[in-house]
Write a protein that binds this ligand. Structure first.
Ligand SMILES: [Zn+2]
Ligand SMILES: [Zn+2]
Length: 140
């Protein structure tokens, strides 16, 4: 009787060891491919009539920030809500408020590095924070 109990205990013990081993195997982090060094292109594709958020600093500012979400510009100012009025090959003309228009480049040296999980689409010529709060990364 005693022997039987011992062997039962042993069986249970080895079972739990095997199970914990399996659990560890399952927990092995594989991660989605986009969490590996994501390098954005730095391009933003817009359509006429789209609402975008752009840098509205003085002319001396060359940060060229465009984002699909409100937030702060790489140069630290608040992005201004604007509407796409004209698209050219490499530039976009936006209207800020009722009168002001501004031309911006459709490609930035830096861009949101969040990958596909983020749809803010931020591009900028200066390093800084994306409108979603993460660091902008250099584009290739
Ligand atoms: Zn700016
Ligand atoms: Zn982002």
């Amino acid at each position: 009787m005693r022997f039987k109990l011992m062997s039962l205990m042993l069986t249970l013990l080895s079972l739990s060891v095997i199970m914990s081993f399996c659990a560890k195997q399952d927990a092995k982090p594989e991660g989605p491919p986009e969490s590996k060094q994501y390098v954005p292109t730095g391009k933003i594709s817009l359509n006429k009539g789209d609402t975008v958020f752009v840098c509205n600093c003085k002319k001396s500012c060359k940060c060229n920030t465009i984002s699909r979400k409100p937030g702060n510009c790489a140069c630290g100012n608040k992005l201004a809500k604007a509407k796409v009025v004209k698209l050219k090959k490499n530039t976009v003309l936006v209207k800020i408020g009722k009168k002001k228009t501004k031309s911006l480049k459709l490609k930035g040296k830096y861009a949101c590095g969040c990958g596909k999980s983020c749809d803010c689409n931020t591009i900028s010529n200066k390093p800084g924070k994306c409108s979603c709060g993460t660091d902008l990364v250099e584009t290739k």
